[in-house]
Structures are given as structure tokens and as C-alpha cells.
Design a protein around this ligand. Sequence first.
Ligand code: AMP
Length: 371
Amino acid sequence: MKVAVVGSGQLARMMALSAWPMGIQFSYLVQQGDSLDPITSLGDVIYDEDYPEAEALYKALGEPDVITVEKEAVDTDRLKALQAFCPVYPDPKMLETCRHRGLEKSWVNEQGVDVAPYRRTGNRQEILAALEEIGYPAILKTCTGGYDGYGQWRIKSADDAAALEEDVCNLDCVLEGFVTFKREVSMIAVRNAEGESRFYPLTENLHRDGTLLTSKAPAPNLTAELQQQAEEIANKLLAASNYVGILAIEFFVTDLDGKEHLVVNEMAPRVHNSGHWTQLGCISSQFNNHVRAITGLPLGNTQAMKITGMVNLLGVEMDNSVLVNSDQQLHGYGKSLRPGRKMGHINLVADSYEDLDAQINATLAKVYPEG
Ligand code: AMP
């Protein structure tokens, strides 16, 4: 069995590492200038620019059984051309929906699922009109290209709105109302081509400057009702897009008439940082289940075996000395150091949520001594 992955980052790396024991081979479709460090020695690397014809590209990739992606920013026309030779999962149409915040929100809404109140904007007048309707505070987000807090502007007042630069105002954006949330959680769901789905327990996520810092799973105080609400939403979105592979859905947990209510923040049509804990906490990690789903293998167990946590290593060198105890697991991505760059993560298991918090705090203190 051969899988070709579009991209060469840590998600491609961890996909390959989890599927190698199952005898699955990998190749990678990259662009000139992409960093290849995470996938060194993990399979053939093919440069997109070298093969303008889809058939030649398919052959160069090793005639894979299936093609998948590790990121949203991909050339979907190219993927559609490759569909003539093998399945591409998730479907390129879903990638197009998810990589554009405006399309994504309207599609999620069409499925009867709540998103934050929003308006599409493309100039200052439209932003001001949207603020009239939605009110302050609000967040302006670029429809494409923004990630991990980039391409976002918080607007707390009319002064903030007036201070927005003209270039920013003219971008294709969504203006989103600020959601008062109790916490942020995410659902990692998997579906195969036969339509069978499985769900990991909801994960609680903490972000710093718009980037994920820690995850806890199953989310503390997770009720059966909230898990069910998330699974129902995931089921709707998976079925409506005839999805194959892992889909990550990020939610705000809000209060609606005294009950926990999920509002979709965004989706990622791929394995996701908030699912990294599954490498230690579950029999089948999200990476393993993604490969199982796209290659037609039976789906693996998604139950959490223990209380699990994850701490991201952002802009810090990898070093085993940061591990707080011998049960912790360090994952490095093989990348060179840059400020804020995702360099790796630590997975840890705990006997109780008190123990989990203590371990996460001790790990954070060691990894980020300056706070
Ligand atoms: P995003 O890139 O859209 O996932 O945003 C990054 C982070 O900013 C989220 O995880 C939230 O912590 C925060 N955020 C984004 N949008 C909103 C919103 N509409 N209301 C409140 N917080 C938000």
C-alpha cells in the first residue's frame, strides 16, 4: 500500500511514522522552498514544478493507492486532476470550503450548525456596517491564508475600527462577533469510505497568542451530553461532505439557557494539533486512524485509555531534559529553530485531573522558564 501526502511538515511526518509499522509506504508532494526536515528519510520527495502533467506526477509519486494532505493551502485543481488516477481524501471540494473562512462558515450554517455571528467584508464601509449589526468587541479575520492567530485584528471600539489600515480593510475577510466562551474544545472525528465514523473524546484546548499551547483529554468535566452534541455535529458535517479521513472541528463552549452549547469556530480537514495527545492516550492515534480510513483498513479504537495532556514546544529547542517524569513522551519534528515555531510537543498521562494540571504546569515551567 502506498500513500502520497501533499506537504512535508510535522503532520506528514507523524502520519508516516504511525503507518510504517503497518507496512505502508509514503511519498511527498512538495513545492520548491518547502522545508523537508520533518520527513527526512521517510519516503520519496517529488517537486510539483517538475511534473506539469498529472499522469507524470502520479507516476513520479510512485502510483500511490491514495493521496492525502497535511495542510489546507494546496493546489486543489492539481488534486482534482490527480483524482483521475486514484482517490484523493479528503475530497478537494471540502479542502476548498475549509480553507476559506467565509465559505466554511456558510457551509457549516447550511448544515444547521451554529457558528459565531459574522459578515463577509471587503472594504471599510462593509466593516463599519458589519460592526453596526454585530457590535463590539469583534474580530476581523482574513478569509484565506490566516492561521494560528495571524491575519486577525481584534476590534474593541470604534477607535480600533478607525485605526485599521486601508490595505487590511480591503482584504477578503469575515467580521466575527466575539463569542463569550467558557472554554474551547475540539472534536477529532474519523470516517471511512463506507461511511463508518468514530470519534475521540472532546479535547480541551488552551491557546496563547492564537496558537495552541496545551490540550487536555478527555476534556475535564466532560459530560455525556456535550460529547453527544459534538458527535452529532461531527456526524452531520462528515456525512454532508461524504468525508474520508480525519476531520478536526474546533468549538467554543458557550452557555445557552444554563446548558453547554457548542459553536463551531473552524474546521481542519486533516489531522490536527489538538489531536496529538491520541499518540499516547489511545490505541489508535489520529494519524493511524487517518491512514486506516483513507486506505480502507478497519478503523482503530478511539477511546482514551487514560487522562492525557499535550504541551506544545513553541520556539524552543527540543531536549529530553524538559520531561518531568519517565511516562512523558517527547515528539520532535526535526525542524530548525525559529521564534514561535512549532518544534515538537510533549504528551503525558495522568492518574487524575489534579495530577494532569500539576504535570502540565511543571512542564510549562520547565519549557518556558520566562513565562
Ligand atoms: P482561529 O484562528 O479562528 O482559530 O482563532 C484563534 C483563537 O482566537 C481561537 O482559538 C480563540 O481563542 C480566539 N478567537 C477566535 N475567534 C474568536 C471569536 N469569534 N470569539 C472569541 N474568541 C475568538
